[in-house]
Design a protein. Structure first.
Length: 291
């Protein structure tokens, strides 16, 4: 699954001032990433405000990205939830033409047991032939999928090809890297740990900040893949502050503020999220000016 090695970015969904989807800004963002080193694009993840996107908007977003991308980069689509039957139904009925894989978040709110996680992903794996990236993000789902469960899934299902691990737990990354099957990808979902994880044997990142600084971030990850620690950490240290800033209040309000400073889109988000505070906007503006 070399197509998912390197720097993937979890695309935001730009909005106009009336909070309708800004497709012109979305096209600009996609081209900006393709032209500046991003390796693959992730559609309709948490960063894309998937919780407040309507089914009609989701399909329109997919269609615009597929058309804009024009087969230049692999595309991953977010298809997940805490109703296993509905996820399976979407996998069986959606047209996935132009999509190279799916990212499926661990069931949120329900707080399943480890066996519940396993059975959920078993049902998903049996519903599609597409490559599946499982997504462990306990800060959002309220329950950690433990390494033993992830590794069990990796062993039992050939189309479960990777995990996006976003528990911000370095030891959990190391446990996965130590015991994973040779062809299973450990993808960082933590921008602040991404370089170190890649350097330790990970397959790269699905990044939030990467879509704003794709050239720098993808260069850093490539250094990690090649084992070039000093060069990669030089970039990591330069980006540490802005990575902290974009998660300081909520995601994606922070990254949208960065993209506004780069004149790609505005920083509007849909409730219950709110725009970054004026204080945070000031810190981000100063960083972007000096970067």
């Amino acid at each position: 699954m070399q197509k998912f090695v390197g720097t993937g970015v979890a695309l935001i969904t730009p909005f106009k001032k009336d909070l309708s989807v800004d497709f012109d800004a979305l096209i600009k963002l996609v081209n900006y990433n393709i032209e500046n080193g991003t390796d693959y694009l992730v559609i309709n993840g948490t960063t894309g405000e998937s919780a407040t996107i309507t089914p009609k908007e989701k399909q329109e977003i997919i269609d615009v990205i597929i058309k804009t991308n024009n087969s230049r980069l692999p595309l991953v689509l977010g298809v997940g939830g805490n109703n296993t039957a509905l996820v399976v139904e979407e996998l069986k009925t959606r047209n996935f033409t132009g999509i190279d894989g799916i990212l499926s978040v661990a069931p949120y709110y329900s707080k399943p047991t480890q066996e519940g996680f396993y059975q959920h992903y078993k049902a998903i794996a049996e519903a599609t032939d597409l490559p599946i990236i499982v997504y462990n993000v306990p800060g959002r789902t309220a329950k950690n999928m433990e390494p033993a469960t992830t590794l069990r899934l990796a062993k039992d299902f050939s189309n479960i090809v990777a995990v996006k691990e976003a528990g911000n737990n370095q030891q959990q990354y190391y446990t996965l890297l130590k015991a994973k099957p040779a062809d299973f990808l450990i993808i960082s979902g933590d921008d602040d740990l991404a370089f170190g994880v890649t350097l330790a044997g990970g397959s790269g990142v699905i990044s939030v900040i990467g879509q704003a600084f794709p050239k720098a971030f993808s260069t850093m990850i490539n250094y990690g893949l090649k084992g070039n620690a000093k060069e990669g950490f030089d970039i990591h240290f330069k980006m540490m502050d802005v990575i902290d800033y974009i998660f300081e209040e909520n995601n994606p309000a922070g990254i949208k503020t960065v993209l506004q400073e780069l004149d790609i889109c505005n920083n509007d988000v849909r409730l219950p999220l709110v725009k970054a505070s004026s204080q945070l906007q000031g810190k981000i503006a100063k960083f972007v000016t000096n970067f």
